[in-house]
Design a binder for this molecule. Structure first.
Ligand code: ZN
Length: 562
């Protein structure tokens, strides 16, 4: 089956491809249905791990998801790209193979099939997230293809008080009217997304329907109702698509890190959304910084906290978002990754260099618009359309044309998609390589007396993160202590030690300083001792289970020295 990344697949096409990949790679891929969408689509999650080296739940896991927002289709392409690369390179790339042997990747290409299918329909319609009826209809604009050309362009209406004008460089491209532009310098226009206004009152030009569900405000973390935050749903976790995600993650405490993909801005965003970094556990903040360094090095994207650098309004915070929920309630190091950015692709580097992600939208020089136009002409000329008159069923005479948002602003033009995705594969792999890893460091059996043996087992964490990964996970009691169990054959007798030993947690390399004279304590190891009475030539089994660092088992053969 053809799987390419110079095109966008809709949900059904993605499902066909992951099923095919799972059939081709049964040793490392498995599909689990995590629930249904509002309209009844089965929502598949791809589990990637080498099944021969242990079950997926018994390994540290990385979560990836996409398309919580309907039209951010680059995000599901990213998750499919990740699954595809794993399938193709397992067994040949040693770094990747080792990661898939030792870890699990939970990959959810599309949280929200209903909205995504609308975005890529033959007659598309754009929803923020879900399509469930929510909020009162009214004099609003519903974004959809109204002239039947299969795409959603812009609508404009000439208006002397309008705030848009035609670019002198290209008549299809609209630019902002300057504050000092006089009416006589027109024509000026009102600019809208292509769409319908079913309840048009005949005079007020509507805004886009505000009562659309936004699943990324519906997570049960400091959830706020409609009056405080639009689209947040009826209550925290009210939406079935969100429930699918939180139920799965709550049942899989082995998840230690997560990325939820969105578009656009080219930025990694992490918790908190609602308060400063100074309120985060300091060690957790340092761990986030380690991951952010990987993100910057592999993708060249900047990294920010939502609160400090990615607020839609300087005095407003968002809540009910996946990344806050996953970190605060589950202790998972989580990033919201905004893939793609038309302005930076067009060479407007100051925007991201100065972390002016949102402020730029409010105000930027016209020269920036010219750069964007040039980029579109060079890279995506098919997304620019001539303005044509159209008899709008509610608004009367309008013009439709301008820029196709879906493959310019919101997602990269098709032929640039793979370039955008590629660095993020390496980013995830490098982040995953920081996982904790529980191992047997040493096992010693000493015969003491007739049928009496001393057993010493040293466990260690050979990973970078501690076995609890984040202090938040420990504080929220998501991680249980590491339990070491001794299993004896029938007739054997435990003389000293406990059958189940709680060894707490093991540190990793992440808590060590970088000074060259600094000491490196072995706080990643613990020793357990037992004395057993047992028949010669018998075996005992030692198992160790860590919530996030994996489960391991070894068998020891007991024999007297002769
Ligand atoms: Zn989004």
């Amino acid at each position: 089956m053809e799987i390419q990344f110079d095109t966008y697949y809709n949900f059904e096409e993605i499902v066909a491809r992951i099923k095919w990949l799972a059939q081709q790679n049964p040793q490392i891929l498995e599909i689990i249905e995590i629930g249904k969408s509002h309209e009844g689509y089965s929502v598949p999650l791809v589990v990637i791990t080498n099944k021969n080296t242990g079950a997926h739940r018994e390994k540290p896991a990385f979560w990836l998801d996409g398309n919580i927002h309907s039209i951010e289709i680059t995000s599901s392409a990213m998750v499919l790209y990740f699954i595809h690369r794993c399938s193709m390179e397992y067994g040949s790339d040693s770094f990747l193979t080792e990661l898939i042997d030792n870890n699990t990747f939970y990959c959810l290409p599309c949280i929200n099939p209903d909205g995504m299918m609308r975005a890529l329909a033959a007659k598309p319609a754009f929803y923020r997230s879900g399509v469930r009826k929510y909020g009162e209809d009214g004099n609003y604009l519903y974004v959809e293809d109204i002239d039947g050309d299969g795409r959603i362009l812009q609508m404009r209406i000439e208006d002397p008080t309008g705030d848009w004008k035609i670019s002198p460089l290209d008549s299809r491209f609209m630019i902002k009217r300057a504050p000092t532009d006089r009416e006589s310098e027109g024509p000026f226009y009102r600019l809208f997304a292509e769409g319908l206004v079913p309840e048009y009152d005949g005079e007020t030009i509507p805004q886009i329907f505000p009562h659309q569900l936004d699943f990324n405000r519906n997570f049960p973390i400091k959830w706020r109702p409609e009056g405080e935050q639009q689209g947040a749903g009826d209550f925290g976790g009210s939406e079935i698509e969100v429930q699918n995600v939180i139920r799965f993650i709550a049942k899989h405490p082995n998840i230690f890190a997560a990325i939820t993909y969105h578009t656009y801005s080219r930025v990694f965003i992490r918790a908190y959304s609602d308060r400063p970094d100074s309120e985060m556990h300091t060690s957790d903040l340092w761990m986030f910084e380690d991951l952010e360094e990987i993100a910057r090095n592999t993708t060249q994207y900047p990294t920010v906290s939502g609160y400090h650098d990615f607020k839609y309004h300087p005095k407003e915070i968002i809540s009910g978002a996946f990344d806050d929920w996953a970190y605060e309630h589950r202790g998972i190091f989580t990033f919201t990754v905004e893939l793609w950015d038309l302005p930076t692709a067009a060479g407007i580097s100051e925007k991201n260099d100065q972390k002016n992600f949102i402020g730029w939208f409010r105000k930027h020089p016209t020269t920036d618009d010219n750069k964007i136009l040039q980029f579109v002409l060079d890279n995506a000329p098919h997304t620019l359309a001539e303005w044509r008159e159209f008899d709008h069923p509610q608004l009367g005479k309008v013009e439709i044309g301008g820029l196709e948002h879906l493959f310019s602003w919101r997602n990269p033009p098709q032929h640039l998609l793979e370039d955008e995705l590629r660095p993020h594969f390496d980013c995830v792999m490098q982040m995953a390589s920081l996982a904790p890893k529980l191992e047997f460091y040493q096992q010693t059996v000493t015969p003491l007396d007739d049928h009496l043996y001393k057993i010493e087992v040293i466990l260690h964490n050979s990973g970078y993160f501690s076995t609890y990964v984040s202090h938040q996970a420990k504080n929220m009691q998501i991680v249980k202590p590491i339990y070491v169990d001794l299993t004896l054959p029938a007739g054997a007798q435990l003389i000293s030690g406990k059958k189940r030993v709680d060894i707490g947690q093991l540190e990793g390399r992440s808590n060590k300083n970088s000074m060259t004279y600094y000491h490196s304590p072995t706080d990643n190891r613990k020793k357990i001792e037992w004395i057993v009475r047992i028949a010669d030539d018998d075996n005992i089994t030692v198992t160790a289970k860590s919530c996030k660092a994996g489960s391991i088992e070894c068998s020891l053969h007991l024999r007297q020295n002769t």
